[in-house]
Design a protein around this ligand. Structure first.
Ligand SMILES: [Zn+2]
Length: 98
């Protein structure tokens, strides 16, 4: 485990019964997004299932329903956590921009 995952094909790590697991998690969460933004649960209609902790833990307790928007935000945050990306972002900052 190097922590670098750009080259990993996450889809390949999903178990054969993923469609069933995914459907069960969405049903458990009543198809509502469980992402918490600034202390509030999103609750928009969820159509995606996310791993709370990245890896190969596909148990329901490590899975949560997310809407497409929150999933995209979470995925990009996880990408930004890589030191290489953080350096790049600092280099790209312009003093005139917020
Ligand atoms: Zn959401």
């Amino acid at each position: 485990m190097t922590g670098r995952w750009e080259g990993s094909t996450r889809r390949d790590e999903l178990p054969a019964d993923w469609p069933a697991i995914r459907a069960a998690v969405l049903a458990r969460d009543e198809h509502r997004c469980r992402q918490i933004n600034e202390g509030k649960v999103c609750r928009r209609r969820a159509n995606q299932v996310d791993h709370i902790r990245r890896g190969n833990d596909h148990r329901p307790e490590n899975l949560q329903s997310l809407c497409a928007e929150c999933h995209a935000i979470k995925s990009s945050r996880e990408g930004n956590a890589a030191p290489r990306v953080r350096r790049w972002r600092q280099a790209e900052r312009h003093p005139g921009l917020i």
